[in-house]
Design a protein around this ligand. Structure first.
Ligand code: ADP
Ligand code: MG
Length: 223
């Protein structure tokens, strides 16, 4: 994944300015910075959910600018899994079906999708919670369902925006452990976090301030 000279403006606001970031396969890194510094904007651009105002985004060798919205959706579905602070689980949907929906785009029969969903839920330690709806699960369990949904299609890149932000520290630690396991199994993982201890525990830190990358431990330079 490569951002070159990437900027994003919202009217007068420069949410991201001239960002350059290269993430290699199988990396695990933290994007940190105060509220409003552009972290979510950067993650949404990496995840192709937002297009930059200027600059180039390359994902898996593809220049995002060269792709139509339809091609972009296909690339996103195949390559990227997302986890958000607020879980984004639909009320009333049992965990098994929420996770099975993570591979709807594959066009597999429901039975096959459920079989994979079962495996993904077992992988996150929720084999005993498959028929539970979100309101029957703790915050930490809901986030683990969301992680299972994000990885059920085995995407090579996982993007997590404050995945522990709504959790108590113990549930947060379980979620971080899961992300580490996915990384150990070969997934590239990008984690946005407010938490300095979590950031410091990851192999690489990228720090944002006022929409600019002010530090990247990989480059060991401070802007
Ligand atoms: N959709 C949007 N419309 C207008 N302004 C936005 C939008 N998204 C983000 N911003 C602004 O861009 C800046 C960066 O926001 P964001 O990327 O959400 O920061 P962070 O995730 O670090 O808190 C903020 O000033 C925010 O208000
Ligand atoms: Mg944010």
């Amino acid at each position: 994944m490569e951002l070159t000279g990437v900027s994003k403006r919202y009217g007068e606001t420069a949410a991201l300015a001239d960002a350059r970031l290269v993430v290699q396969r199988r990396e695990l890194l933290a994007i940190v910075g105060p509220s409003g510094s552009g972290k979510s904007t950067m993650l949404n651009i990496i995840g192709t959910l937002a297009r930059p105002t200027s600059g180039t985004v390359r994902i898996d060798g593809h220049d995002v600018n060269d792709l139509s919205d339809r091609e972009l959706s296909a690339l996103r579905a195949a390559v990227i899994g997302f986890v958000f602070q607020s879980f984004h689980l639909a009320p009333g949907v049992p965990a098994l079906d929420a996770v099975a929906d993570g591979i709807l785009y594959r066009g597999l029969p429901l039975r096959a999708r459920r079989r994979r969903a079962r495996e993904a839920l077992q992988q996150v330690g929720l084999g005993h919670r498959m028929s539970n709806e979100p309101h029957q699960l703790s915050g930490g369990e809901q986030q683990r369902v969301a992680i299972a949904r994000a990885v059920v299609g085995a995407p090579p890149l996982l993007l997590a925006d404050e995945p522990t932000g709504a959790l108590d520290s113990r549930s947060g630690a379980v979620v971080m452990e899961l992300l580490r396991e996915l990384h150990d199994a070969g997934t590239t993982v990008v984690v946005i976090t407010h938490d300095r201890d979590i950031a410091a525990s990851l192999p690489r830190q990228v720090r944002l301030k006022d929409g600019r990358i002010e530090y990247d431990s990989d480059l060991r330079v401070t802007a």
